[in-house]
Design a protein around this ligand. Structure first.
Ligand SMILES: CC(C)(COP(=O)(O)OP(=O)(O)OC[C@H]1O[C@@H](n2cnc3c(N)ncnc32)[C@H](O)[C@@H]1OP(=O)(O)O)[C@@H](O)C(=O)NCCC(=O)NCCS
Length: 174
């Protein structure tokens, strides 16, 4: 029996953190590894809310740090499933910086892949995702390309089998 489909809103997760001295690097900005840990954690909660099971991080496909986050800032992480495949889910984490005067700006983004697991550590099927907003539809549409790229880079797929990416890996003369 197939699982009932879900919308991104049903597993949407927000976390807010205050950047404390323990979280900072030598330049008094948030340490990148700390932010990655927060992102992985919020994404794992989203994955659990979507599939109803424990899910493990299979890959982190893109993380960009576009601006430093100073000590004492508020950091807001928003996490949403962008596409569900068979047993894996792609999850976007958007990170915002809120200064003490209330100004909010996007400072970071990460794309995570989680796999739902049973108690014997075997991958489990996950519910389909039905995107609703324009942004959700865009991220859904491009997720297969990112999945194939991640599998090729991880040595789990031959470039020739990557239907969405063939032109990136094969020369014009082939
Ligand atoms: C990720 C993991 C569950 C994959 O297990 P596996 O036995 O190889 O299972 P499969 O080959 O059936 O892959 C399961 C799903 O993961 C996806 N997947 C696996 N590696 C992936 C990668 N690098 N990028 C994107 N998707 C990946 C597969 O495409 C498949 O998705 P689908 O079923 O939706 O099509 C396994 O490698 C694992 O347990 N890794 C450790 C996870 C962990 O401990 N994370 C915390 C890090 S400290």
């Amino acid at each position: 029996m197939s699982l009932p489909a879900k919308t991104p809103q049903q597993s949407f997760t927000i976390q807010t953190h205050l950047v404390m001295p323990n979280d900072a690097n030598q330049l008094q900005n948030l340490f990148g590894g700390q932010l990655m840990a927060w992102m992985d954690e919020v994404a794992s909660i989203t994955a659990f809310r979507h599939c109803g099971n424990v899910a493990v991080t299979a890959s982190i496909n893109n993380v960009s740090f576009t601006q430093p986050i100073p000590l004492g800032s508020y950091v807001i992480l928003e996490s949403k499933v962008s596409r569900a495949f068979n047993t894996s889910m792609e999850i976007y984490v958007d990170v915002f910086l809120e200064t003490r005067d209330g100004h909010r700006s996007k400072c970071n983004e990460g794309i995570f892949v989680f796999v739902a697991m049973d108690e014997n550590l075997k991958p489990l099927p996950v519910p389909e995702l039905v995107p609703e907003t324009e942004e959700e539809k865009k991220r859904f549409a491009s997720a297969l390309r990112r999945k194939q790229l991640s599998l090729v880079l991880g040595g789990r797929m031959k470039p020739n089998d990557a239907t969405e990416l063939k032109e990136l890996f094969t020369s014009i003369n082939q």
